[in-house]
Design a protein around this ligand. Structure first.
Ligand code: S3P
Length: 443
């Protein structure tokens, strides 16, 4: 259960270590639920994330007539209804805090023969939708927003046509929304991205029998109508959740911290390249390809980190990891410069502003630019920071406590449950010391 005003009190520790695992990948879980719902036949999902964001997608699909059941060994089985089989929801669909649910469902519902309204919490109602809605309108979709923001009203538009669209920013959410709409459209839908974006949608569609064509210039296309077929999907641990422990291990694990069964899709692991360039000791072990996504164990050890200028081209591959990375930069020797990261302003919070303010509260010298931060490292003090109800900001400051000079109070930690149920339990296993304003572990 989420608590509206939960705070964390995170205490410095001598060391972190041991063997942990993290919950299923959020991006892959959303896609498995949505594509499983419109597939022909059953889809069996192993390792799905049961965080609030994915539950919002799950409930929305059930409200459109999809049956999703718990199978044996904590699997989930979806009875696919086919591309035309979803039913009109009786009321608006509340997607809580989830930007991925909002963007991807907009694409999935754009070609449907019914009307649906998608809405969400305060943070979600500040997330830009024009980037998704404009290209969908070019395909023939009829979609209204509130000046470019949710709630989103999707009207009946059954005869979409494939278009060729050039993304202005590298966004997997926009790409995936267009591919989802393209499944029901007539003709070829092509999306050209300016850089690498996570390719979970392409991999899953291929596994479901849809011919998706990709090339080295970040172009992807599919020809519709194309009906996905039900399949078995194994969801690896979420790299973005592992990221907090990767950084904690780099800062404070004398004997090593092993994180098991983590998705290491190269479109997601920019953090590893960046941390290694900062001097981190990270080993990828037991790399295995689970037919859908590359998966491995990640071992990290305490390392002497130094500041760097982060290459701009790595930013999209580490986009969700910047809160953790900014903490690493604050603890490194010297200056770290991040630019080309304006997208961070449009996440669950304005992550450039919120992280800069939090780090300053802990005594770090930070300069904020329109598209990045310059952080003068050298260690963190204790103090109170406000996560502004952003799950990744809250977890980043929780990990910061391992080397801080005093306890860190983190306001607004409830949203951690959106992506990382049992965060406090996993953190305790790794040796972090976090208390809550309710006086114990939540979840
Ligand atoms: C996601 C893509 C990323 C990421 C988000 C999840 C996805 O957003 O920040 O948390 O599942 O496709 P953008 O691709 O829009 O930057």
């Amino acid at each position: 259960m989420v608590e509206p005003c939960l705070s964390y009190f995170a205490h410095p520790v001598d060391s972190v270590g041991g063997v942990i695992s993290v919950p299923g990948d959020k991006s892959i879980s959303h896609r498995a639920l949505m594509l499983g719902a419109v597939a022909e036949g059953n889809t069996q999902i192993e390792g799905i994330l049961r965080g609030e964001d994915c539950i919002a997608t799950w409930v929305a699909l059930e409200r459109m007539g999809v049956s999703i059941n718990h199978g044996p060994d904590s699997t989930v089985v979806i009875k696919g209804v086919g591309l035309q089989g979803l039913r009109a929801p009786l009321d608006s669909l509340d997607l809580g805090n989830s930007g991925t649910a909002m963007r991807l469902l907009t694409g999935l519902l754009a070609p449907q023969s019914f009307e649906a309204t998608l809405t969400g919490d305060q943070s979600l109602r500040r997330r830009p939708m024009t980037r998704v809605v404009e290209p969908l309108r070019a395909m023939g979709a009829k979609i209204e927003t509130q000046d470019g923001y949710p709630p989103v009203l999707i009207q009946c538009a059954e005869n979409l046509i494939g278009v060729s669209h050039r993304l202005k920013i590298a966004s997997a959410q926009v790409k995936s929304a267009l591919l989802f709409a393209g499944l029901s459209a007539r003709g070829v839908t092509t999306i050209q991205s300016p850089g690498i974006t996570r390719d979970h949608t392409e991999r899953m569609l291929l596994k479901m029998g849809v011919k998706v064509v990709t090339d080295d210039s970040h172009k992807v296309s599919l020809e519709g109508p194309a009906q996905p077929r039900g399949t078995r999907i194994v969801v690896p641990g979420d790299f973005s959740s592992a990221a907090f422990f990767i950084v904690a291990g780099c800062l404070a694990s004398e004997l090593g911290l092993l994180i098991k069964n983590v998705g290491v899709n190269p479109s997601r692991t920019g953090l590893l390249s960046i941390l290694r360039a900062m001097g981190a000791q990270i080993e990828i072990k037991h790399n295995r390809d689970q037919s859908l996504e590359p998966t491995a164990d990640i071992e990290v050890k305490k390392s002497t980190l130094h500041g760097i200028k982060i290459p701009r081209e790595l930013v999209p591959q580490a986009i969700d990891e910047f809160p953790a990375l900014f903490v690493a930069a604050a603890c490194a020797d010297g200056m770290t410069v991040v630019s080309g990261a304006k997208e961070l302003r449009y996440k669950e919070s304005d992550r450039l502003r919120v992280m800069a303010e939090g780090l300053k509260m802990l005594g770090t010298e930070v300069h904020e630019q329109s598209d990045g931060l310059t952080i003068n490292g050298g260690g963190l003090g204790g103090g109170t920071v406000d996560s502004c109800n952003d799950h990744r900001v809250a977890m980043a400051f929780a990990l910061a406590s391992v080397v801080a000079k005093g306890p860190i109070e983190i306001l607004g930690a409830s949203e951690v449950a959106t992506s990382f149920p049992n965060f406090l339990i996993t953190a305790a296993q790794a040796g972090l010391r976090i208390e809550t304003s309710t006086g114990g572990a939540v979840d």
